[in-house]
Write a protein that binds this ligand. Structure first.
Ligand SMILES: NC(=O)c1ccc[n+]([C@@H]2O[C@H](COP(=O)([O-])OP(=O)(O)OC[C@H]3O[C@@H](n4cnc5c(N)ncnc54)[C@H](OP(=O)(O)O)[C@@H]3O)[C@@H](O)[C@H]2O)c1
Length: 381
């Protein structure tokens, strides 16, 4: 059984406003309030680009562990990618080493080549040609391993594949693909038959991180692929989303990679051309991963399966999660006016919203008359 301590522990979570960090923060706040307290400073309070910030903050808070989920935006330049994804992570690890506490690092399948059944030991060769994101994540993994051996750093490296889950406010990765389908801006299949990928369920990750924190002997110094056991065919996933949303597109026509590559080249040129006229066009950063749509990348999770971690929702996969994701994201994108197709279906009529749009004066008067007194249950008696 886990070597769980009885005293309440304090953890620092970096990147708590992001997709992964937000999910972890919510988990610890709601599921472990008596066991673990989490401080999740924003990047304004603690920027990991600044080593002094890291040292001062961690010295003051004196945590029992640190979890790092920060990352620079995918299309950041070399300096930002290096400073946040690499130097920031290494400086956090150095601070953890000094305080003699565990460092839990979130990494990515971008450190891996394409291929099937890739193991935790696999890695891309470090070369100048890698994109900034992959290069910085890969260098971090290497330095953590080095510091584990040379400095006795107590770390765990958790590699995520394609993440699915609620609260991706930046619409990245899988959610960008989902958005393109829901927005009917994907006419055909930009993949080929049989291309498989691994997926990570963001809601399950906090259970694993919690378990890893409680079982340092077992999980220290190792890399884990935190992915669903079975890989998923991209075409099957796209067609499932399409049929779930009852859309006509994308049609089941597989567009060859050469055509897509030309399209990408054309769009990049067009964006540059429009820039001359002061029109700023930003292409989705995911375009850098276009090749991955045509190549399988599946991550073996043998060491995860063989570990003492028990999947809290073994039946949950990206397919079983689709209905909830559809409701969550279509509602959100509808509210943000990003998509209008499904609005009637997902938003019932809301009286207050109608008054806000059509009768703001009456609404204001009603609120002043009925709803501005101090909250009764908060007033000290
Ligand atoms: N999402 C995926 O599909 C995916 C897939 C594989 C691996 N991963 C890995 O999962 C981790 C989290 O990704 P995510 O999708 O949650 O990212 P995200 O939503 O883009 O969030 C990034 C977080 O990093 C923080 N951050 C940025 N610069 C910082 C700085 N200088 N100092 C401190 N914090 C800073 C941001 O805080 P502010 O908002 O305050 O700037 C934000 O909270 C990353 O390591 C990523 O490589 C993600």
């Amino acid at each position: 059984m886990a070597a769980e301590t009885e005293t309440r522990r304090l953890g620092v979570l970096i990147g708590g406003s992001g997709l992964i960090g937000g999910t972890l923060a919510h988990y610890f706040k709601t599921k472990t309030p008596d066991e673990i307290e989490i401080r999740a400073p924003s990047s304004k309070k603690l920027s990991i680009r600044d080593a002094a910030d890291i040292k001062n903050y961690l010295k003051r808070v004196n945590p029992d562990f640190v979890i790092n989920t920060a990352m620079a935006a995918l299309d950041s330049d070399a300096q930002l990618s290096f400073e946040i994804n690499y130097l920031g992570a290494v400086n956090l690890a150095r601070a953890c080493c000094a305080l003699d506490i565990p460092y839990i690092h979130i990494s990515s399948a971008s450190t891996l080549p394409s291929g099937e059944n890739l193991t935790a030991e696999d890695q891309l060769p470090l070369s100048p040609d890698l994109n900034h994101y992959a290069k910085s994540k890969l260098m971090t993994e290497r330095t953590l391993r080095y510091m584990g051996c040379e400095q006795g750093l107590d770390y765990t490296n958790i590699r995520l594949a394609i993440v699915y889950g609620e609260h991706d406010h930046k619409i990245q990765g899988f959610h960008r693909l989902f958005f393109a389908i829901a927005d009917e801006s994907m006419p055909c299949l930009f993949t080929k038959k049989g291309v498989l990928h691994s997926y990570t369920n963001s809601n399950k990750l906090p259970y694993f991180v919690h378990h890893v924190i409680n079982n340092r002997e077992e999980f220290g110094g190792n890399t884990y692929h935190f992915v669903d056991k079975n890989p998923v065919e991209l075409a099957e996933l796209i067609l499932s989303i399409k049929s779930y949303l009852e859309l006509k597109t994308p049609r089941e026509i597989y567009v060859p990679f050469s055509v897509i590559k030309f399209g990408k080249y054309f769009l990049e040129r067009l964006a540059r051309f429009l820039n001359w006229f002061g029109i700023t066009v930003r292409l989705p950063p995911e375009l850098m991963f276009l090749e991955n749509f045509y190549e399988s990348q599946t991550l073996a999770s043998d060491n995860l399966q063989a570990s003492s971690f028990v999947d809290p929702f073994p039946a949950e996969t990206i397919f079983t999660k689709l209905p909830r994701l559809v409701v969550y994201y279509l509602t959100r994108w509808g509210h943000l006016n990003l998509i209008t197709t499904f609005n009637e279906e997902y938003f019932g009529s809301n009286e207050l919203e109608d008054d806000f749009r059509l009768n703001p004066r009456e609404l204001l008067k009603t609120i002043h008359d009925d709803s501005t007194s101090p909250f009764y249950d908060m007033v000290e008696k």
